[in-house]
Design a binder for this molecule. Structure first.
Ligand code: BES
Ligand code: ZN
Length: 628
């Protein structure tokens, strides 16, 4: 198997000796494995990698907390197929100069693009092999969140992190920002003394006095997986090839919570082949992190809101770990193919959970997932194109189409296939899929061809996979997860709601987080404020330290006008920046004028502590404008 790097060198050598058309074909066939098209057309990037592609890059950066700016240089190694122009995506970057490998100054121009970014055009000389771009990030860099010491656990040191997915990497690195390309990278990052820097790469485990850290990622990754975090961090090992980074005050709790990660990795490998990234670490970020988790290679970024104290929310870790196959190894070629990342990952995540904790446990998670999907479909509209697996995001912020559909409908689709062919056949199929496309990108259409040739050909009648992929809603005959344990919860809830039983008689001693979630989500519309109070008195739900249960409880408190919960709700909204929690809570508050006014007051205080992806969503919900 010829590696991409060697392929690129052969491609470059071929450049010298034949016509343009031959050159292109030769380069493509040498650098692509099994003849897959190299670069899918991506409407969310200005880069034209089919002409000049970046094959690897080096970052030399300074992280300045006083000014909240990252500045320095990025050096791109080029894979030139045709033309003399390199186009990079940039968003709100100050581009200072561009030089090539021989120190020659190159002409460049930033051409205005759209609200998602601009195009940096660089004029190459005939023998330019690499370009060095000197730049600094802008004030509004959407990938970055800068936190003052007060916004951290330790309260003494500042913190910053990046979030690249979907198209935010261009706000901190001038780059061809499309998931259809892959790059290796190295980096040197200077941070204030006393802080540690970590990336989606080989990482340090200790601080150094100079605050200068070096990084290497020598497996090719898509640009949305470039990632950096800087703070007062410490490391604890969790096993031979896994560990956790957190602020010192969080490290013991985090080590306890994630103790099963080695076992998860082993289970994953047994299912679908080797973990190919060497080390698997997790960094626990401050609560302002806008997601639950982000699958940055070798270093999952995680919200502290999954640290419940009882390991009950760790399916999120199984999810991010599973991305080491689905997403990071085999990558969606464009954001329209997002379900190839997330649907496969949810399926894989649930298989890991089942392997570790059993079918009954996994099935509770599946029912909760189906409830999420039901709500999302209701919200989007049953006929909405956003309920197709294959999305049409052209001209839109890809973020807007990234809903539970990709995750949960994607999951049900794979489970449907599994149930038709049987688990052993399906597992073999998936394992081969990951292996044969490792470090490649995949479009939905390429996947359908692969599916036809490797799985559907084994069936007497070809099932209607297109109904799942190109049509709205759920096809008839879709799998329906069921949980006996949840049925018992439903019985208890109904007995209590009908007045047959007092709240303190509900037999909840054995309930896990998931049963509580199901209970709270299931409260019917007729439950009134007094009944909410009764539940709260019996179970102290307003005070729960479990973020998932808290979010579900606050949701019900808003719906039912249970104001006793509002002080805690306010504290939650001020502390937590995870969009999955914020969005439904602010949406519920926005449905009546009193709550809306209250929410606007809370948001005015909270907004500067949220990351741009959350701010963008909540601004819309509350009709917030900067002018007030
Ligand atoms: N890759 C996603 C997060 C993401 C998606 C970031 C789209 C930007 C755009 C990550 O793997 C994820 O799905 N996180 C979920 C948790 C998961 C258990 C469903 C989250 O953050 O809630
Ligand atoms: Zn995911």
């Amino acid at each position: 198997m010829i590696s991409r790097k060697i392929g690129a060198i052969i491609g470059a050598a071929v450049l010298l000796s034949c016509s343009t058309e031959e050159k292109k074909t030769e380069t493509m066939s040498e650098t692509s494995l099994e003849g897959h098209a190299h670069f899918a057309h991506d409407t969310h990037s200005f880069g034209q990698p089919e002409k000049v592609a970046v094959s690897s890059l080096h970052l030399d950066l300074d992280v300045n907390f006083d000014e909240k700016i990252i500045s320095g240089t990025v050096t791109h190694q080029l894979d030139r197929a045709s033309g003399n122009e390199l186009i990079l995506d940039v968003d709100d970057l100050d581009i200072q100069s561009v030089k090539d490998d021989q120190g020659r100054t190159l002409d460049f121009e930033v051409k205005k693009g759209d609200e998602y970014g601009d195009a940096l055009h660089i004029k190459l000389l005939d023998d330019t092999k690499s370009v060095e771009v000197a730049y600094a990030t802008g004030k509004g860099a959407t990938a970055l969140l800068w936190m003052n010491p007060e916004q951290t656990l330790g309260k003494t040191a500042p913190f910053m992190f990046t979030q690249g997915q979907a198209i935010l990497t261009r706000s901190w690195i001038p780059i061809q920002d499309s998931p259809s390309i892959r790059i290796t990278y190295t980096a040197q990052v200077k941070v204030p003394s006393g802080l540690m820097a970590l990336m989606s790469a080989e990482n340090p485990t200790e601080k150094n006095d100079e605050g200068v850290y070096s990084f290497k990622m020598d497996q090719p990754i898509p640009p949305y997986l470039m990632a950096l975090a800087v703070g007062d961090l410490t490391f604890a090992s969790l096993g031979e090839r896994s560990g956790v980074y957190a602020e010192p005050a969080m490290i013991d709790k985090a080590s306890y919570e994630f103790a099963d990660v080695e076992e998860m990795t082993t289970a994953a490998e047994e299912l679908y082949g080797p973990y190919r990234w060497g080390q698997y670490d997790i960094i626990v970020l401050p609560p302002s992190f806008p997601f639950g988790g982000m699958e940055n290679p070798r270093l999952t970024f995680a919200t502290p809101t999954i640290i419940a104290g009882d390991r009950s929310l760790t399916s999120l870790i199984a999810h991010e770990l599973a991305h080491s196959w689905s997403g990071n190894l085999v990558t969606n070629a464009t954001w329209d193919d997002f379900w190839l990342n997330e649907g496969f990952t949810v399926y894989f995540e649930k298989r890991i959970m089942e392997a570790l904790y059993g079918r009954e446990y996994a099935e509770m998670l599946n029912v909760l997932g189906s409830q999420d999907l039901e709500n999302t479909m209701e919200e989007l509209g049953r006929d909405s194109k956003d309920t197709h697996l294959k999305l049409e995001l052209d001209g839109r912020n890809p973020d807007d189409g990234m809903t539970d559909v990709a995750y949960e409908k994607g999951y049900l689709f794979l489970r449907w296939l599994e149930e038709m062919v049987g688990r052993p056949t399906f597992d073999e199929f998936l394992k081969t899929y990951f292996n044969s496309h490792a470090f490649e990108t995949m479009t939905t259409e390429e996947f359908i061809v692969y599916l036809d040739e490797n799985l559907l050909n084994k069936m007497d009648e070809r099932p209607d996979v297109e109904a799942w992929i190109y049509k709205p809603g759920l096809p008839e005959g879709h799998p329906v997860p069921v949980s006996d344990r949840f049925e018992k919860v439903d019985q208890a809830r109904m007995a209590w709601e009908s007045g047959d039983m007092n709240a303190d008689k509900i037999e909840s001693e054995e309930w896990t987080t998931h049963e509580w979630l199901h209970f709270v989500r299931g409260l019917s519309a007729d439950v009134d404020v007094n009944q909410m109070k009764e539940l709260d008195t019996a179970f102290e739900l307003t005070q729960t330290g479990n973020s998932e249960i808290a979010a579900a409880w606050f949701q019900q408190s808003i719906d039912k006008g249970y104001k006793d919960a509002y002080p805690q709700l306010e504290a939650f909204l001020l502390e937590v920046g995870r969009r999955k929690f914020l969005k439904p809570l602010y949406e519920a508050l926005a449905t009546n004028p009193d709550d809306l006014a209250w929410a606007q007051g809370v948001y005015a205080k909270a907004r500067s502590g949220y990351h741009a992806v959350s701010v963008e969503t909540i601004d819309q919900i509350l009709n917030y404008s900067e002018e007030g």
